[in-house]
Ligand binder design. Structure first.
Ligand code: DAH
Length: 382
């Protein structure tokens, strides 16, 4: 009977037990059980913080929450005979509501943490971000290889200015103003204000450092000079207006032609491998006497002049030899420019074109690739 009464009533807790016609302890218990069931159901539907707040205010809100209504409407006006049982049921109901609220709060917290976790989750199985690490340019690597070889036989490295005076680039190297050799070394002159004391140019070779080194230092001298050089050449597969050289200079009181050839051969074998054959050809440089052009057996055809597939080797054009670099015994005239006593000292010098050497060693047939910065090329030489 009371069930009908309660179900039909909109808000049974706004009425007194008498109004609800609840008169026995059993019906009190059932009434509370029904209320508890309703609370359970509502609590289970809570998904969001706002719903939780509504639930909390509705059931345990101090001012007009259902718990307060039950106290005011059911307990306080209850008949003496029912008061104890209502009080007891109310206590249990209060505890139950508190645990429902607490449970809902925890569930919401857990849900929030879970959402945050999913959002911030670190997926350890994802591959990391691979940052590309740079490496030395092939030219730089070849510089390093050459420096290491010369270090091993007592040379040290010096570097010099890329902007030079004609004196160091030419005159002191025994190349006077109207010497025909200057035609091969046409270069870039710096625009200077009128009245500048000397013209300035981009050095055409690393040889000026021979002079600068000997001016500063008494024999024995054993240096190599890696660096950039410039010429007014049109770019093609074997020419570039900027390229690289390593100059070498050894001067002492007892250096012979044998020391010269031995040193150069040692270097070439270290650089290209022990099976390479070497030879000298007479040549001419104003700052060396005698001058030589140094050749190595062609590493592409093994010094046969014949390609593996038959026919002539395309690299040495069937010559079996490849021209490597110029060298020679230092011309006594050069010592005159640096106050060395040409009667007491002797020495040798060489000037290696690095780009050419790198092309030969690594089978590269266009010098331009060194300067185009195409990573597909650069990556092949990590
Ligand atoms: N400086 C010359 C050039 O660039 C190369 C050279 C030849 C350097 C003979 C030398 C040498 O030291 O002895 O063409």
């Amino acid at each position: 009977m009371y069930l009908t009464a309660m179900s039909s009533a909109e808000n049974p807790t706004e009425k007194t037990l008498a109004e609800l016609r609840v008169r026995t302890p059993e019906s009190v218990t059932s009434l509370f059980a029904e209320l508890r069931e309703k609370a359970n159901k509502e609590q289970r539907r809570i998904e969001k913080a706002e719903q939780f707040e509504q639930f909390r205010v509705k059931w345990v809100g101090r001012k007009s929450g259902i718990l307060t209504q039950v106290t005011d409407n059911w307990l306080k006006p209850a008949d003496a005979g029912l008061k104890r049982i209502v009080g007891q049921a109310l206590n249990e109901f209060r505890n139950h509501l508190q645990s429902l609220v607490e449970q809902a709060r925890q569930d919401l917290d857990a849900r929030a943490t879970q959402v945050a976790d999913t959002r911030e989750r670190v997926d350890l199985s994802l591959p990391g971000v691979i940052r590309p690490i740079g490496s030395h340019h092939l030219i730089r690597q070849v510089f390093q290889e050459i420096e290491d070889i010369f270090f091993s036989i007592g040379f040290s490295v010096v570097e010099g200015p890329e902007i030079e005076t004609p004196y160091y680039n030419f005159e002191a190297l025994n190349i006077p103003e109207f010497h025909p050799v200057r035609d091969d070394m046409d270069t870039f002159y710096i625009d200077l204000p009128k009245g500048a004391p000397v013209p300035l140019l981009l050095r055409t070779h690393t040889s000026p450092m021979q002079i600068r080194t000997m001016e500063k230092q008494k024999p024995p001298v054993r240096v190599i000079v890696p660096g950039k050089v410039y010429r007014r050449d049109n770019p093609d597969a074997t020419h570039s207006f900027m390229f690289h050289q390593v100059e070498g200079l050894a001067v002492d009181t007892d250096i012979t032609f044998c020391d010269f050839t031995g040193t150069i051969e040692y270097f070439v074998k270290q650089f290209f491998g022990p099976s390479v054959k070497t030879r000298f050809r007479p040549s001419y440089f104003p700052f060396t006497e005698p001058s030589v052009e140094f050749d190595a057996s062609c590493s592409f055809c093994g010094g046969t002049g014949t390609a593996a597939a038959g026919g002539t080797c395309s690299k040495c054009k069937g010559a079996a030899w490849i021209e490597l670099f110029g060298a020679g015994m230092v011309d006594p005239a050069v010592y005159g420019f640096v106050n060395y006593d040409a009667k007491k000292v002797s020495g040798f010098a060489f000037g290696i074109g690095i780009d050419r050497l790198a092309m030969l060693k690594y089978g590269i047939d266009d010098i331009q690739v060194f300067f185009q910065n195409d990573v597909r090329f650069l990556r092949q030489f990590p």
